[in-house]
Write a protein that binds this ligand. Sequence first.
Ligand code: NAP
Length: 294
Amino acid sequence: MRVAFLGLGIMGRPMAANLVKAGHEVAAWNRTAGKDVEGARSATTPADAAAGAEVVWICVSDTKAVEAVLFGADGVEQSLASGMIVADSSTISPSATRRFAERVKARGTDIAYVDAPVTGSKIAAEAGSLIFMAGGDEAVLARLQPLFHAMGKQVFHMGETSKGQAAKLAMNLQIALIYEGFAEALTLAAKLGVGVERLLPLVQASMVRSGVVDYKAPFLLQRDFSPNFPLRLMLKDIRLALDAAREARVRLPGLEAVEEVYDVAAEEGRQDLDYAATLTLLEKWAGVEVKSGI
Ligand code: NAP
């Protein structure tokens, strides 16, 4: 298929590369020049990338960034044409997603909009084993199947447009709380004299084991806090979830507490590290370092 891929960050670049590998004709664009994808045409603007494309796939930071690539100067809107599908894998606001979809569809009744945020982080993006949670028409998702297949291993249809984003916020709420529990447990155990090298095998043997711990433990053991999922983006998602909760009159006291940890961690300069670096703030508060046996 002819695909415009917009946003070549930690996630977007390997996703676009996997589309090229699968034989799709890709035009790739990134706001800041210098990020390219081998085998893809480097487009000069979102409108340039989208011209003549069957599918426009977006993976940028946040709600404002999606709005900019769709409707800003030289945005996708200028190149929208009959039969085109816009798919957004960024994690953004569900209510803004509904507005964006309406504006895109207003350009032609047969233009479709799908929200398709992902879970799996950098490793799964590179391996082509992302999990998508999609909102949109079943028939449109079926047309996107070859692209989903090139970038991921599973697609969950969550309902109409914006329901993928709603599910994604519910997913990242859990990741933030699970990791916070793990990091607080490591910190307390270290302060009480039990190091990570002894606690971790116990965690992994028990019902406490989780995918979050499986993913993060090797990085923690190496004290490698380079970004797989930058802290600033997890904080963005925590705020998106709290905003959505306020709109829906839902209380999330656990997530509100975790937001404070992320706020301070970001204020103190950890925003571009992985969100796993919230551990270092807990360590600082406790006056202890979770030791590695490696
Ligand atoms: P990233 O590495 O920070 O990349 C962000 C991308 O967005 C870059 O290409 C950036 O362009 C672009 N961008 C930012 N503001 C823009 C604007 N105003 N206009 C146009 N482009 C703009 O982020 P990422 O990790 O790839 O994440 C991308 C999305 O996937 C986010 O919504 C994130 O929440 C979600 N996500 C990430 C992960 C993960 O583990 N990393 C997992 C699941 C979902 P520049 O190069 O010019 O800055």
